[in-house]
Design a protein around this ligand. Sequence first.
Ligand code: ATP
Length: 913
Amino acid sequence: MNAIPPAAPADPAPQWHALPAEAVRRELEVGEDGLDDAQVRRRRGIHGFNRLPKPPRRNPILRFLAQFDNVLIYVLLAGAVAALVLGHMIDAAVILAVVVVNAVVGFVQEGKAEAALGAIRDMISPRANVIRGGARTSVPADELVPGDIVLLEAGDRVPADLRLTHARNLLIDEAILTGESVAAEKHNAPAAPDAPLGDRTSLAFSGTMVAAGQGTGIVVATGTATEIGHISTLLANVEPMSTPLLRQINEFARRFTLLALACGVVLFFFAVHARSFGWADALIAVVALAVGVVPEGLPAVITITLAIGVRRMAARNAVIRRLPAVETLGATSVICSDKTGTLTRNEMTVRSIITAEGFLRVAGAGYAPEGGIATLHGEAVHPAATDPVGRLLLAGALCNDAQLHWRDGRWIVDGDPMEGALLTLARKADLDPSQERGTWERLDEIPFDSGHRFMATLHHAPGGGGIIFVKGAPERLIEVCTSQMAGDGTGHDVRAAMDADYWHEEIAKAAAHGERVLGFAFRPLPKLASRLTFDDLRDGLVFIGLTGFIDPPRDEAVAAIRECHTAGIAVKMITGDHAATAAAIARQLGLSPTPAVATGADVEALSDDELPALAARTDVFARTSPQHKLRIVKALQTTGAVVAMTGDGVNDAPSLRQADVGIAMGRKGTEAAKEAAQVVLLDDNFASIVAAVSEGRTVYDNIRKMIAWTLPTNGGELLAVVFAIAAGLAMPLTPAQILWLNLITAGTLGLALAFEPAEPGVMARRPRDARAGLLSPFMLWRVLLVSVLFLIALLAVYFYSLSRGDDLALTRTLCVNALVILDTFYLFNVRYLNTSSFTLRGALGTRAVLAAVGAVALGQFIFTYAPFMQAAFDTRPVTWQDGGLLVLLGIAIMIVLEIEKWLLRRFRLFGME
Ligand code: ATP
């Protein structure tokens, strides 16, 4: 076996699965301590980064052409052809310009959005836990090289192809490789040389997911050399840029277009037969109107708005993995949040130690091992190895996977913060955890799981025999312990019968202060065993005592919860922690002065029909397991709530999927949770959820504003032309002018709304009804009102100009300019749908708004005064006085609409507040 040549690109790869683990180590020249920096660098030079090639971007030409693949654009193109056939070159050219401008805006913005989404996705690229240079560290998964020792635990995505050297109850879901839906059992024994992929039980393949257990493996292949690297089809898997809202808009636009065409046909026949228009003139007028009312730019502009929302959320530490979450976040009515690390800082410090001998205070803050242990009277305590305190410190240091390091001028923890705090505690009593770990060799362990809520380790006792240490939720340990360490104050190991009442009382006291309480127990084994099973914990356990940890609430969370309350969003804490601890923290956070608490057991006792009522009125769910979370989400959803739910563990995946918005923790979350979630929080912070909700509301507001702007501005011109035809008057706008209007305003003013910042008070309203469609009664009212106002204004200009004896061409030029000015003023009104626009902030506008207004103004000056445009569109120069009158008209309409807004708010019509 040793004769197998070293892995070089041209050689056939060794059959890693069939080699004994030792041979793999030798082959890849790696010892127990892992690779050192020099080895990593050298190997990276040979093998490159552990990356798969990015999927090729779509061909830009195809991407551009795809912009034309839309019913709305077909209608426009048909219109251009019709104009061309009728010999109306200008009209055909303007329609084509509309189509091209639309496609270019769509193409550029879509490209930008895709690039931004790609960059944001890189922000949550996975990491791997490795042993390098003898220490456990976390590195970006793409920096792994062959020979690296990787640690796996439940919820991890395997970062490279690994030959397992250690596996404990390891189950790996290999569906993406083998299609097998049942997770495969893995161990470290060599598999048969001819075993097919699915039977290579000694390998963990890159890209597969650890469903349960723990393992350690040596990287044998990275990047394209991995099994997944051989499958290229997977790479093409790009998330579509679509959301329910976008589909709703597309569907609406399609129907609207069909309706417009039907009306166009009627109008055409009416004009030809009842108003004796020439059929060619009537046709071109109808085509221009249809082009004018088709909201062809809307889908692209809304996609852009969503993409901007994604970018803004990422800037506030919420990374969107699935686009629909942007919309749903804005409708969120309940946020169910974990406690530890999300609402609290997850910076644990042991504050108290409670044994049968009494209560001890621990001084110091943070992870620095400074401060000592003392009695309530201030006498320093120096525990002996055999007394309860000494045994508790030892259990805390050994039943522990964390490491404490002095790095960059401060103490930091690799691993679970609570375990880190136990290491600090040990050091405060002059116990060196790494030395103890060497003396008490660990043989096996049962890892912590939020389902069973404890962790146990089996050690070789230096004096002979073995010992099991257990730490976990104290009630669980008290239940199974048959005796307790009593101590006699002399440092001896004295036992007594279990006094459960005493412990429960002490737990309640500590928890009432918001301390997180952890229990410790041990079991001596006269005969050394090599495996630890749940059966070993059934009897013979001796309870040692308790520790109380403080984990202060995050200041930002307190403010964010207050914001949720004003925004009508209910916040519920769902935690694995003790009920009293959770309630105390909830009070500190301002969740409620008297939080209603329910436990996992309460949830279990209720049927699916009874649960919704409890779920709705409860603020804190304590001692819950991931299964309870799933039921709680479902129960809340039956009450009509839109539920955002946080999670981090592999078992949280079902509830994250069930929630309307599943939110995974970027730092402490497993890959399984991140993949099930729609949103990943970069800083694990509750405040970031609330920030994302606020951005989500802004996005939805902006989309509403776009619709509220687009439909009536199109509607006004439509009504004016229809009115003219019906009344047998000369048209107030020529077909070419209608097309010009569409060209000049849609790509500028409409687009500016995509960049709008949040309105003031965006978090002072109740969540919107997620089931209500976009075209709410308010929107319909707005579309109707503004269309009619525009019609009246336009007719006023039309008749005033004609009555003055102006030539029809000048009248029409005035009408076009009037419409553009009305559109612009209306834009300022629509920017604030819920509050007044008559503010300094409202008047100043944003850069996007000002740029759009500038572009439109420039376009209109050219349209009105440039001789070549006068020739093409039959326009006439407008006097300054007339221009001033048109602006006054715009201001008048704006005032009317501001009064309308005020009245709606005053009388709370259409749900306005
Ligand atoms: P959250 O509030 O985010 O749900 P939590 O820490 O309160 O998190 P879990 O992590 O499920 O919830 O922990 C539940 C209980 O399990 C804790 O209160 C503690 O008693 C115990 N526990 C937590 N971590 C460990 C660990 N590493 N080893 C042993 N017991 C643990």
